[in-house]
Design a protein around this ligand. Structure first.
Ligand SMILES: [Zn+2]
Length: 363
């Protein structure tokens, strides 16, 4: 989930389609083998599925048609409240193990259609358990969807459970306790939601325990938050994350940039867009990070709720706004496979097939 303030790096209408994408480039993007490291399961639910689950769970739901949902999405303002109100209304339709299964399975089908071969999916347990859903039902539904998605669509994935940072530290400890019996099913721990007054340092001890338990760790440092740069330092020094989600403000501090490169930290940026902006946000900042040699990846964040949609559309938008070449796109994907939490031999296997694709399509 993205918590946005005013975006000094945001790219407005004028940059959209500054670099028109040829038919050949479009097809290169569509078939490019991809990895995605920053996407929230709860932000992937298609409007038709939202309605289906609301009906199946006999909810008195305010939306009755896909068009009504689309209209609500289109009329959302840029405020965080406006984003989250609707987001949580969608999330609230997931009530049972079967629902979690379906949402996960459906998303992996969409991954296949976007040539995403590997994805790390974030999910927010505290929201669901607060609704009275058991951790067991949630994680088993997701895990079964994941296994069947691999079998039916050939899309491999790992899971990242996220702490909603505006909740209490006690609530995060409780989540860790609930997750413990399912530790083998969850690869990483993340931190998301309202960043203001909830610095990474709030969770230093929780992260220490998580690392002890073998979780890989990452955390959101959203764009242009109060103390964004300080928060990125806290993530790498206190939480000891090997990834940062977003982290675009790092470019304001040359010392931080040097340290992120030295520690080989992966930054999962999201050049997404939604109404009322017609083009991708943060493109200038992302390009600067890339040019500085940071290990940047491109991701979709909450694709069902954004006009930028899933990976293919998002990458096309990034090329339209920034003029990236095929080689650049291959480098972004190399960064993603390399920065993933797969074992080394699996990363190398995916990178080899990426190189093979690149060889046949560039030059
Ligand atoms: Zn996010």
């Amino acid at each position: 989930m993205r918590c946005k303030g005013l975006n000094i790096y945001s790219v407005q209408e004028s940059l959209m389609e500054m670099f028109p994408v040829s038919v050949e480039m479009r097809s290169f993007i569509e078939d490019l083998p991809k990895a995605e490291l920053h996407v929230h399961l709860e932000g992937t639910i298609l409007p038709a599925t939202v309605l289906k689950l609301a009906e199946r769970n006999r909810m008195d739901y305010p939306f009755k048609t896909v068009e009504e949902i689309q209209e609500a999405l289109d009329s959302r303002t840029t405020s965080l409240k406006s984003f989250l109100d609707l987001h949580y209304m969608f999330v609230s339709v997931i009530r049972t193990k079967a629902d979690f299964y379906e949402v996960t399975y459906e998303f992996l089908r969409t991954c296949m259609n976007n040539s995403v071969v590997y994805v790390e999916i974030k999910f927010d347990p505290q929201f669901h358990t607060e609704q009275g859903i058991s951790f067991d039902a949630m994680i088993k539904g997701i895990d079964e969807g994941k296994k069947d998605g691999l079998r039916d669509f050939g899309v491999d994935c790992n899971l990242i459970m996220c702490i909603n940072r505006e909740r209490t530290v006690e609530s995060a400890w409780k989540m860790m306790e609930q997750a413990y019996p399912y530790r083998h099913l969850i690869t990483g721990l993340g931190l998301d939601s309202y960043e203001k007054d909830n610095p990474p340092s709030k969770y230093t001890e929780v992260y220490e325990k998580a690392r002890e338990q073998g979780y890989r760790v990452t955390a959101h440092c959203d764009v242009n938050q109060e103390d964004s740069v300080k928060h990125i330092w806290e993530c790498i020094d206190l939480l000891k994350t090997d990834r940062i989600d977003h982290g675009i403000n790092s470019i304001e501090d040359p010392e931080l940039v040097a340290e992120l490169i030295r520690r080989d930290i992966t930054l999962t940026t999201c050049p997404t867009w939604r109404n009322p902006y017609p083009g991708p946000r943060d493109l200038e900042g992302i390009k600067k990070m890339y040019e500085l040699g940071l290990k940047v990846t491109l991701n979709t964040d909450d694709p069902a709720e954004f006009t930028s949609e899933y990976m293919n559309r998002t990458l096309i938008g990034a090329v339209e706004g920034s003029g990236y070449t095929k080689e650049d796109l291959v480098q972004f994907m190399r960064n993603a496979f390399d920065g993933s939490w797969l074992p080394r031999d699996r990363k190398d296997m995916y990178i080899a097939s990426l190189e093979e694709y690149a060889l046949g399509h560039t030059g």
